[in-house]
Design a protein around this ligand. Structure first.
Ligand SMILES: [Zn+2]
Length: 452
């Protein structure tokens, strides 16, 4: 019989070890600009591999390109089949203006119970917590029913082409697994004296739309001899600005609004009123509910004209589109056809950047995750809300493989989510969240993999 309490206590006893591992990972500048050569994730992967090797955990660094390492560690189980993936990423976003930071962005400085630096929260905290949870399983010589695999990918911040996207294409057997835990959830909301955890169950999709708007060129001194594409652009923009996306409350979060102290039962008819009522009290939640109740269509770039004295013949307008989990490219095309289909000389090209994706919320795995969180925090009064992210993570590569994937980093309830400043200035993580995250990953692995 596994004594779960004593194993969880070992996490507390390893708190300073966990903190120094985390700091060491943060100090390596694995900045991903999106332009090769970049990332240098192998430098982080090598340090992590060394640490895991010392624990006797089988670990490899698989490079998709020079310097772009992906870390894969495995504690084999009796079936020798993968069952649970602990997922994170090794790269970080650039520091826009280091002068605005109050801390060295790669110093991993401590202040008031927090570690500051780029990547402290996104995503090296989760990685360090997951590493410690594996080490504790190993140190106690526990046997697992199936493999526990840690995957920390390169290039998450710039599309995953050198990271999870590449692993799925080139080494699917290493990461094929029924269950996974990744970033993209696990923060909490404290409302009306209760703690509600958000479990990430899905992500909106992203498409890039190129609209090519055609006119006819002429010399600008006799504009009537041509057809100026800018005027057509203005009609196109006008229609896009007035586009009313169909309201939709089918995303699972809308069934749980009562946990967020919203009393009305949301429908496509009243959702905008609910959002309006929420706006002054909780603008952040209002914005999330707005994004999750419709597709968005947003013009972001315009290119056109070749010379200041020529009537522009072609203008291209790029739009960013974010879709709900059940809206496919056919849906997007139909919407665009409905909006612009009657205009001559407007061509529509759709390019998929990220497919919308989701996992069922009503699963045994979700139940295990809730139990693991309760036991780690020694609380039974937690509320849960399944959330869908407006952005995307590497989970979008795993869910299409049939992997039930939840976003959950296991933040401690005492850690204020607003202080994370993910991708921003003075990014940080509460030290308590590192140990809480490690406990949750450990308790989850013990339950799911029947550790004995
Ligand atoms: Zn991230």
């Amino acid at each position: 019989m596994v004594d779960l309490d004593s194993l969880l206590r070992q996490v507390d006893q390893s708190a300073s070890e966990l903190l120094s591992l985390h700091k060491e990972l943060v100090k390596i500048e694995s900045v991903n600009t999106g332009q090769m050569p970049t990332g240098n994730e192998s430098n982080v992967a090598d340090i992590a591999k060394q640490w895991l090797d010392n624990e006797g955990i089988e670990t490899e660094v698989v490079e998709s390109a020079p310097g772009r390492g992906n870390l894969i560690a495995n504690i084999p189980g009796e079936s020798e089949k993968n069952k649970l993936l602990l997922v994170s990423h090794l790269d970080v976003v650039p520091v826009e203006d280091a002068g605005k930071w109050n801390y060295n962005p790669f110093g991993a400085e401590m202040d008031n119970g927090r570690v500051y630096g780029r990547g402290t929260y996104d995503c090296k905290g989760l990685l360090a917590s997951q590493m410690l949870s594996m080490a504790i399983l190993r140190r106690n010589g526990l046997k697992l029913s199936d493999n526990l695999v840690l995957v920390s990918g390169a290039d998450e911040e710039s599309g995953g082409r050198y990271g999870l996207g590449w692993l799925v294409e080139n080494h699917p057997e290493k990461i094929q697994s029924p269950l996974a835990i990744n970033e993209g959830g696990g923060t909490h909301v404290n409302v009306a004296g209760t703690t509600t955890y958000l479990m990430g169950v899905g992500e909106k999709g992203r498409l890039e739309i190129q609209l090519t708007i055609k006119g006819a060129s002429a010399h600008a001194s006799t504009p009537w001899l041509g057809e100026n594409a800018s005027y057509k652009l203005s009609s196109v923009l006008n229609r896009i600005q007035n586009y009313e996306a169909t309201k939709d409350t089918s995303v699972v979060i809308f069934q749980y609004l009562s946990s967020l102290a919203i009393e009305d039962v949301p429908t496509p008819d009243n959702i905008d009123r609910i959002i309006e009522g929420l706006q002054s009290k909780n603008p952040q939640l209002a914005s999330v509910l707005r994004a999750l109740s419709r597709m968005t269509l947003t013009p972001t770039m315009v290119r056109g004209g070749i010379k200041s004295n020529s009537i522009p013949e072609t203008i291209s307008l790029i739009c960013d589109v974010r879709t709900l989990p059940h809206q496919d490219d056919r849906y997007v095309l139909d919407e665009l056809e409905g909006l612009l289909g009657d205009m001559d000389g407007v061509e529509i090209d759709v390019d998929y950047m990220a497919i919308p994706n989701s996992s069922d919320y009503d699963t045994e795995f979700a139940h295990s995750l809730k139990k693991a969180t309760e036991v780690s925090l020694n609380r039974t009064d937690l509320n849960w809300v399944p959330s869908v992210a407006t952005g995307f993570t590497d989970s979008r590569f795993l869910r299409p493989l049939g992997t039930t994937t939840y976003g959950f980093n296991g933040m401690d309830p005492s850690d204020d989510p607003l202080l994370n400043r993910m991708h921003g200035t003075d990014e940080s993580i509460g030290v308590k969240s590192l140990t809480t995250g490690a406990k949750i990953m450990l308790a989850l692995a013990i339950d799911v993999l029947d550790a004995h």
